[in-house]
Design a binder for this molecule. Structure first.
Ligand code: NAD
Ligand code: MG
Length: 391
């Protein structure tokens, strides 16, 4: 059997570690090229050594000496910084996992696509910021994008053998996050610790907080539009507290195809890893008779203002996705730093969207990496200002 060359960007994170868990169960099938991470040097080095990677890269230049020391004598090359991440993405691989969190995943993802590889995309922010650019780059270089977000993997699976023109609507589900049942007036006092625990999924801290605020679902609505090329009005969100139905595809004949599974990201990662085949995966099997009942409700728009913002962003078009994502990332940084409250995150993004919407020179400029990077920077500054004005 020929070994598949693979790389994992964001290997030390939640998605990265779940990917490594699957790889390690069948290690002889894979030839690991690059693993990348951030500040967790011990984890990065240990995995790079265990998987016999060619190179390990930390995003932080100042951590290069630590990474070198941790890899001493192992034969694994050490590198650091943004340029090293880009270089690692040019190294030939058959399958690359894009699991860096945030807009920082965009440039390496684009580079990976330029080598015509299969890119498993967990990094939804890159689609929100520059969906058209990613899709065009994939097309131009004969590369393939596979969804890893659980909802999008579910939709993708629901579309096997179907024409996209037969699709009437796509429904993605949301657990409702940590504060689904909280009285609305208590939300503004929600603490970082409270927002950082998810009822169903075990994920990185940022996406967990984004689930509580529904910013995660807001990004996923835009991700759905970019990935599947459907119109915003065809995309619906349904609150489903059990997180077992991940998405539903509604067809023109009224049929609704649902995808069910345990809330375990190794299903979506494994589907992308083995696609177009299906292989055994170490995920729990659902016993529906035991579960007995599944619940669905419409999202409460007052509780989750981020959702409407996503539809406004799609309506405006251009580079508004990059503005929205960057404002959200900055607002989240400020919440984590204790500088703004939980409900103020959506107030900050609303202010940034409103202020930048009118700047058509910027918003309607071409979707290039440079323009997206510039607008990302400006939106973060605007978010800082909007937050400062509140204090
Ligand atoms: P995480 O915080 O656990 O891990 C993030 C990874 O990115 C780490 O390896 C970290 O070192 C790296 N990283 C962080 N900042 C970086 C930077 N500036 N440059 C380079 N690398 C950097 O995050 P996660 O929960 O694994 O999420 C990763 C991506 O997958 C996100 O886009 C998230 O929205 C998406 N996603 C995650 C889940 C999940 O279950 N965790 C589910 C669906 C989608
Ligand atoms: Mg998701």
């Amino acid at each position: 059997m020929t070994m598949r060359k693979i790389s994992i960007f964001g290997a030390t994170g939640s998605i990265g570690q779940n990917t490594i868990d699957l790889i390690r169960r069948d290690q002889r099938a894979y030839d690991v090229v690059a693993l990348t991470g951030g500040a967790n040097i011990a984890r990065l080095a240990a995995d790079a050594i265990a998987l016999k990677a060619d190179i390990a890269v930390t995003a932080y230049e100042e951590r290069l000496p630590d990474l070198r020391a941790a890899l001493e004598g192992s034969g694994v090359e050490a590198a650091a910084g943004e340029a090293a991440l880009i270089e690692a993405a040019t190294r030939p691989a058959d399958w690359i996992m894009s699991a860096i969190v945030g807009a920082a995943g965009l440039a390496p993802g684009l580079k990976a696509l330029e080598q015509g590889t299969t890119l498993a995309l967990a990094n939804k922010e890159s689609l929100v910021c520059a969906g058209g650019l990613l899709m065009q780059t994939a097309l131009r270089h004969g590369a393939r994008l596979l969804p890893v977000d659980s909802e999008h993997s579910a939709v993708f699976q629901g579309l096997v053998g179907e024409e996209i023109s037969a699709v009437e609507r796509i429904i993605i589900t949301a657990s409702g996050g940590a504060f689904r049942d909280w009285p609305l007036e208590d939300l503004q006092k929600a603490t970082l610790a409270e927002a950082s625990s998810h009822p169903n999924w075990d994920m990185g801290q940022r996406i967990t907080i984004d689930s509580a605020s529904m910013f995660n679902k807001a990004l996923e609505v835009i991700e759905t539009k970019e990935f599947f090329g459907v119109a915003p009005e065809q995309i619906e969100v349904l609150v489903h507290p059990e997180s077992m139905v991940h998405a539903l595809v509604g067809f023109r004949d009224g049929a609704l195809m649902a995808h069910l599974g345990a809330p375990d990201m190794r299903h979506a990662i494994g589907y992308a890893l083995h696609w177009p085949e299906r292989k055994d995966l170490p995920v729990a099997r659902l016993d529906l008779a035991e579960i007995g009942q599944l619940n669905f409700t419409a999202p409460d728009t007052a509780r989750y203002p981020a959702l409407q913002q996503a539809y406004d962003v799609m309506q405006r078009g251009g580079l508004m996705g990059a503005v929205f994502n960057a404002a959200k990332e900055k607002a989240l940084d400020l919440f984590i730093a204790g500088q703004i409250g939980f409900t103020e995150m959506a107030e900050v993004t609303a202010a940034v969207l409103e202020r930048m919407e009118a700047q058509s020179g910027l918003i309607d400029s071409a979707m290039t990496l440079d323009n997206v990077t510039e607008i990302d920077h400006l939106a973060r500054q605007e978010a800082e200002r909007a937050a400062a004005e509140r204090r």
